[in-house]
Design a protein around this ligand. Structure first.
Ligand code: SAH
Ligand code: SF4
Length: 399
């Protein structure tokens, strides 16, 4: 975007309750919204709280999508529910499995838009990387999603629905009478909001979806197993702690405002100093809840020893870990990945200063599932190589 263009977030969000054949989707409603919805459709007020509990468990604990299977409800009530409501999650259009086991789902949401969801299995856990928007209003110059124009915010249903569809695919819903699902390590144990979009520009829907994911009578993921990654939407950072309570990751990526302005243009609105102030105020109860600084390693751009030393000075006093992300290339990208030796030298300086500095192993590269590579192929609002370079203030912008 031009240097002086305002970074706005005048994006569309479609109504929370998508009428599908006139029916209201119950997925994505908070407990209170679900209660109100049931009452509005004739459930007696006295019973509503209990019905919410029952229906909630069927949807989020057992993964049931059919009201007729909710056997602790009277048959006539099940029929009433079925007439008024649906239990709908986004549809998986394609599923790709990488040689390393990473799964990438292309998911269709209302309006025919598509987003990507990535499941990354590890030895003792599995992380689902979910999206919060179709595209992104921000235009980080190294990010594939940033080259795609924002189409709209995802609804809470579409956000929590990504977790549900992955559990479907992993066959990880407990079966009534068979298992509780708590009898082994979970396949889907962690959530990272690191897919497409800036989650803090879709705050309410992300919050409601994460509240549902954390609810102990359902998907039941601990807030410490959810990490929200932001490019630095400073005013929403304190709210994230208060209203969601999950862990925070920040796309830092540069150690001077000059470079960060180019890589992460939101820096022109909230610069490094302002961002660090907000991070210093983020409540952390234990060291395991330290803030993750994400740092993409771009050859010759932000990867010098001097950068590493500046980074250490900047984050001083913040319980932090620095996640070094080797740049994942995509067609037309105006950067190259730093060499392995450079990344190791950079990591070493940070490590010696007392911070964990893991180098993230790219996963699912063969299926373009790695960080920043997500972009729905159907999205035609693709920018040219020259436009991308121009926005990044790089040479070759006219070529
Ligand atoms: N919008 C949020 C979350 C999604 S991006 C944010 O920016 O934090 C998730 C992470 O992937 C961010 O740290 C982002 O900077 C990083 N990323 C984006 N494109 C990348 C690329 N091509 N290679 C490596 N990391 C990338
Ligand atoms: Fe948006 Fe994050 Fe990509 Fe920046 S890095 S364009 S904020 S998705």
């Amino acid at each position: 975007m031009p240097a002086d263009a305002p970074i706005t977030q005048d994006v569309l969000t479609i109504p929370r309750k998508l009428p599908e054949g006139g029916k209201v989707n119950l997925v994505g409603l908070t407990r209170e919204q679900l209660r109100q919805t049931l009452i509005a459709h004739g459930t007696p007020e006295k019973q509503a709280k209990m019905r919410v509990g029952q229906i909630w468990q069927w949807i989020y604990q057992w993964g049931v999508r059919d009201f007729h299977a909710m056997t602790n409800l009277a048959k006539s009530y099940r029929a009433e529910l079925d007439a008024a409501f649906t239990i709908e999650i986004p549809e998986v259009v394609t599923r790709q499995v990488s040689a390393d086991g990473t799964r990438k789902y292309l998911v269709r949401i209302a309006g025919g838009h598509e987003v990507e969801v990535v499941y990354i299995p590890e030895e003792d856990r599995g992380t689902l990387c979910i999206s919060s928007q179709v595209g992104c209003t921000l235009t980080c110059s190294f990010c594939h999603t940033g080259t795609q124009k924002l189409v709209r915010n995802l609804t809470a249903a579409e956000i929590v629905g990504q977790i549900m569809l992955a559990r479907d695919d992993l066959d990880e819903w407990p079966r009534p009478g068979v298992g509780t699902g708590e009898d082994g390590p979970r396949l889907l144990s962690n959530i990272v909001l690191m897919g497409m979009g800036e989650p803090l520009y879709n705050f309410e829907n992300v919050r409601d979806a994460m509240k549902i994911a954390m609810d102990g009578e359902g998907i039941s993921l601990s807030r410490r197993r959810i990490t929200l990654s932001t490019s630095g939407v400073v005013p929403e950072i304190a709210r994230t702690a208060e209203e969601i309570g999950c862990l925070l990751a920040v796309s830092f990526h540069a150690t001077t405002d000059e470079v960060r302005d180019k890589l992460v243009p939101i820096n022109k609105r909230w610069n490094i100093e302002t961002l660090l102030e907000a991070l210093r105020a983020y409540p952390r109860l234990t060291n395991s809840e330290r803030i993750t600084f994400e740092y993409v390693m771009l050859d010759g751009v932000n990867d010098s020893d001097a950068d590493a030393r500046r980074l250490v000075r900047l984050i001083e006093g913040i319980p932090a870990k620095v996640n070094l992300i080797p740049f994942n290339e995509w067609p037309g990208a105006p950067y190259r990945r730093s060499s392995n030796n450079r990344i190791r030298a950079f990591a070493d300086i940070i490590y010696k200063a007392g911070y964990a500095s893991p180098i993230r192993t790219p996963r699912g590269e063969d299926i373009l599932a790695a960080c920043g590579q997500l972009k729905s192929a159907t999205e035609r609002a693709r920018k040219s190589r020259a436009e991308i370079a121009a926005e990044a203030g790089l040479p070759g912008a006219t070529g």
